[in-house]
Ligand binder design. Sequence first.
Ligand code: C2E
Ligand code: MG
Ligand code: MG
Length: 517
Amino acid sequence: MRRKRILITSVLAALVGVAVPLAVAYQLSLARAVQGEEARLRVLANYSLERAQRTLDSAGAALRRFEPLAVTPCSAAHIEALRQTTITTRSVDDIGYVEQGMLKCSASGMQATPVKITPADFVLDNGIGVDFDLRPAVSGGERMVGLALGRHKALVAPVRFADVIVERNVQMAVALAHGGVLGVLHQPDMAVVATLLAGSQARDGNLHAVVARGGLIAVMTAPRSTLEARLSSELAVLLPVGLLMAAFIVGLVAWLSRRRLSLLGELTIALERREFFVHYQPIIALDTGVCVGAEALIRWQRPDGSMIRPDLFIPVAEESGLILPITDEVIACVIADLRDALVADRALHVAINLCASDIETGRVLDVLERALAGTGIEAQQIWLEATERGFINANAARATLEKARARGHAVAIDDFGTGYSSLASLQSLPLDALKIDKAFVDTIATDAATSSVTPHIIAMARGLKLLIVAEGIETQEQADYLAARQVEFGQGWLYARALPAPDFLAFYKARRPRQLP
Ligand code: C2E
Ligand code: MG
Ligand code: MG
């Protein structure tokens, strides 16, 4: 069951470890492909704008040649000049002369049938009027763009404004900045073109580029299928990186789970072989410097002499449930190691760390009761330390803590401030003491951002009438700071590391109150 849980967690972690890098590689490749393709469309749009501008300029220059008119209107010389200009100006298909709103003559000669000429749809800054949709007889009813200056009007085929070579699936429209479309290529969806010209996003699933320059706007669209080639070349680069990452994560997960499995196996054997023992870190009354107790900290030494740190094996033990016999072992060690000292000095206490399931089930209290029976040690001499992880099931935790206090044990919240517990949950739990985590003690007398939190934790504990134990005191400055704020107890390397039982007893004797034997 324990092995199964570790295996399931590992398989899930490995699946996530494969999926995430591959998904990231794909998304990055896609984003790069879209970027690349849109950049290409912008280059094309720029190029088409250049061509459209050239068309406008050359048609404008052709018209200006007749303003003012140096010859008699519609004379042979005028008509010849119109014909010559039409032939030599690539962008202009015909030029007509307009008088009193009627076409009088054009490059093809005198006008036989009357044609009414309406005012231009729009006038450019340079005075040239623009008609977007003329359908003159001369073009066989095909749409033409009209450009008018003075009494002359030139006809320009719309294709001259969208005169670039692009693939069939790339569509384009060139318009005036105010929105009138001059020319299109490959029949774009005009609703999409209108949306893009209005400066909005078109959500038709295609790729777009909009470029504005010199009073003209070019709009390009291309289907997403044009991404395929780019996407595969991007994937060719990024997918191997994603695969490498995935392989690394799977390897790491496999290594970690093997380690956890073997650690679990070793833990089971270690319990049978009784490879655990307890070290004691003195707890000092900060005002007098007297040693008032100790925290029992488990140690595991393997037969080869190597030590394994509790923060490595406690989580595996908690996850697998092996922590329960480990707690029992700690209780047995504490009684064996410190019984005489505890019986001789009722002011001495030992703090035992409980795991989350100890707090949730309350099982440890009965173990303690049985273990203490007949030893002469009083329940009030055994403090219990609970971390916030034990408070997830608040009702169960409250029941255990109340029971513990009813039996005489003092209960402390350990590593306070590193978890998620709120002030409200702290208020509702029956506690006697609060241990300020080393992380906060470390910030004392530094300008780290958390240093301002320490006084608040102290004030809060005071408000809740809790005793305070500061953990991890390493400097005299920290000790002075805490003592000045009436923090009752402290432990840390400034006083002593966690010591084997005989060393702790020696330390305690040197630091106990004078009046004791
Ligand atoms: P903890 O309960 O917060 O214990 C304090 C840890 O801080 C201990 O590490 C102690 O050796 C270390 N420490 C104390 N003073 C200083 C200092 O001045 N500087 C530095 N750098 N460290 C200091 P340890 O013994 O490695 O224990 C680590 C954690 O393992 C404990 O944190 C506790 O959560 C857990 N643990 C230890 N023994 C037991 C046990 O018997 N049962 C359970 N359930 N957990 C235990
Ligand atoms: Mg502790
Ligand atoms: Mg702690």
